[in-house]
Design a protein around this ligand. Sequence first.
Ligand code: GDP
Ligand code: IMO
Ligand code: MG
Length: 427
Amino acid sequence: MSTVVVLGTQWGDEGKGKVIDYLAAEADVVVRGQGGNNAGHSVVVGDQKYALHLVPSGILNPKATNVIGNGVVFDPEGFLKEVDGLVKRGVSVDSVKISDRAHVVFPYHREIDRLAEEARGAEMIGTTKKGIGPCYMDKVERSGIRVCDFIDPEVFEPLFRARIAEKNKIIVSIYGGEAMDADAMVEQYKVYAEKIKPFVDDTSLLVYNALRSEKKVLLEGAQGTLLDLDYGTYPYVTSSHPTSGGFTIGSGIGPNEISTVVGITKAYTTRVGKGPFVTEQDNETGDRIRVAGNEFGTTTGRPRRCGWLDTVMINYSKRVNGLTCIALMLLDVLTGFETLKICTGYRYNGEIIDSFPASLKKLAECEPVYEELPGWTEDLTGIDSFDALPENAKRYVKRIEALVGLPVSIVSVGPDRRETIVRDAIY
Ligand code: GDP
Ligand code: IMO
Ligand code: MG
């Protein structure tokens, strides 16, 4: 059994795309199981950089089938735009399969996302405004439209018209917005449906058959553990389950099929959007990390908030995901700091706690307890073995292993595929 989950242990943007692309060279099937085009996964190959949102990050590997699973909220407009961009660059998208059970994101979801954020004022979540939350709301409320119904014109049109009418009421009466043009939307989405049809499949069955024939399946997480609807810093979270459990539902396989859970972890911490962030460095240190790590959102271009690595968070992530190893990313970004800090505990009400609190009020009052380690000045680019890393970089990695109790199986020292040090084989 060789099913590997790759997921984010922090607040997203840990470098999942890079690792998926790297591991996809050996995979037969790559599956996205949650989220939507709120994700922005970067893959760098030589001088080419790709930003993937809905298309799985295995797309550059000609061998792999790339599945958009049932747990994903699927935006046809975003997808077709992304596919267009890839095809123009010579990337084949023939391997893409879209689940017939995935829910469809429509323009009214995006509009309600925008209006709801506006209405929250200072309490805004800082969403990507891609309509993710409103689409999952419809799914849970049992009023969503699934891909299988979207591509069936007889089922789709009446269903869609009914939904637009309902959503227009919400847009106009609750938010004071402008009603959306139903006729134009119906016509446009019928055209999109025709274009989507060839990609649609029963992907749960496809993944199951792949597993039965001993194929290698790679499950690609979007977002990160601290953005999980249950385990994240609620309500500053996304509306899906980016944790390992989310994959069994989101891709349609049993939990016993999963053998390895790789926790993609930045060598420091970032977050986009609002919410408490214990190790945040809203100062020169944070600015320096932001510039060195080019910490600006792949999807929205927003500057990411930056801070030190937090092992209270990583240990929590280890527990709720059943992590089996860590891939430590962007280590090169820390080059040049005289000393590096790692948060090993939270001080709360004069006591040290090492479990991640549920209450945001409590979290906001937690003070980080830091351990300081010496930094290094050597450029890490081009280093291709762990032994060749500067002593203090190795010490930093080994200290993380000790604090988290997991092997750091991959160390990443640059955005390119080649800038990857694999210490233990993942498959
Ligand atoms: P994802 O959402 O988890 O796939 O991560 P993003 O792609 O949004 O953000 C990670 C950023 O870091 C991207 O710009 C990557 O190209 C880049 N990146 C990934 N690994 C490394 C690394 O080891 N070093 C550096 N400098 N950049 C990296
Ligand atoms: P990848 O896959 C980082 C954040 C948003 C916001 C919150 C809710 O690239 O790691 P949403 O639009 O999902 O309702 O927004 O979640 N967020 C991400 N942050 N990386 C992502 O994806 C994210 N996807 C959503 O900034 O705080
Ligand atoms: Mg990202």
